[in-house]
Write a protein that binds this ligand. Sequence first.
Ligand code: NCD
Length: 313
Amino acid sequence: MSNTSFKNRDIISIKDLSNEEINTLFSYAKKMIPYAKGEKHLKTLEGRILSTLFFEPSTRTRLSFESAMNRLGGRVIGFADAGGTSIKKGESLTDTIRMADAYSDAIVIRHHQEGSARLAAEFATHPVINAGDGAGQHPTQCLLDLFTIVTEKKTIHGKHVVLLGDLKYGRTVHSLAYALARFKAQLTLVSPETLRMPKEVIEECREQNVEPVSTTSLEKAIKDADVLYVTRIQRERFPDESEYKRVAGTYKIDLELLKQAKEDLIIMHPLPRVTEIDPAVDKTHHALYFKQAFNGIPVRMALLSLILGGRKP
Ligand code: NCD
């Protein structure tokens, strides 16, 4: 496969990329690490402009896309709150997209509606990257999650990954469960009964010949886990606040629980965390979530560089 296959591509779902393409991307991302840290400098995307359109809150995704573009010598325009745009005057999403398309070379979009990024891609002539569409997909988070597992564990194949928390509304776990199945991980899904993984995602795992085990018991699942992927209960997506209150705080990762874990267990979290990981865990060698968040930069640098057709690092 040639690297040119990434050029001008939309990234709406992790399904848009083959395993081979993901591996190619990861070898680029690995090379990007010293540039991502600012130890070396690149001007690969000098003169190029990225739009970041964030209709929903974001810290890591927006800042790491912006940092990645800047580290590549490119520039960024956009907004972190649609309240300051003509959307407030009643402008449609598609007209907003047309404008960003006219003003930049690629668009990163986060929007509360499922399918919004796909719609944006239909209207934009330039590549569109989905940075989260409601409870739908978050493909670049999935890429940095996979990159983190591969970097720490050498391979995904055969590793026991536990996905924990809000598997119903958490978009990061939807992309990730499917991708992990495609890379042949062993999956355990731990959630409250009401926040189970959607049937379609389980079906997609089965199509990859991976049968996820579903349980509500974290104690059972943690014992032979290689990776524990924790998620926040997605309060903003509950139709009813009392339903949120019923499940909030169901799981908490603390030092006591970790006594049952394997010595080399890694704990990941897309962040932000609320109460699901005790800060005392941060100091243990299990805590990988801040490194995982950093990995967003080299992975997004590699992706932007390949999509916008920059030279190799
Ligand atoms: C996640 C998201 O926005 O889906 N955060 C992220 O992008 N790192 C997870 C969350 O909000 O809980």
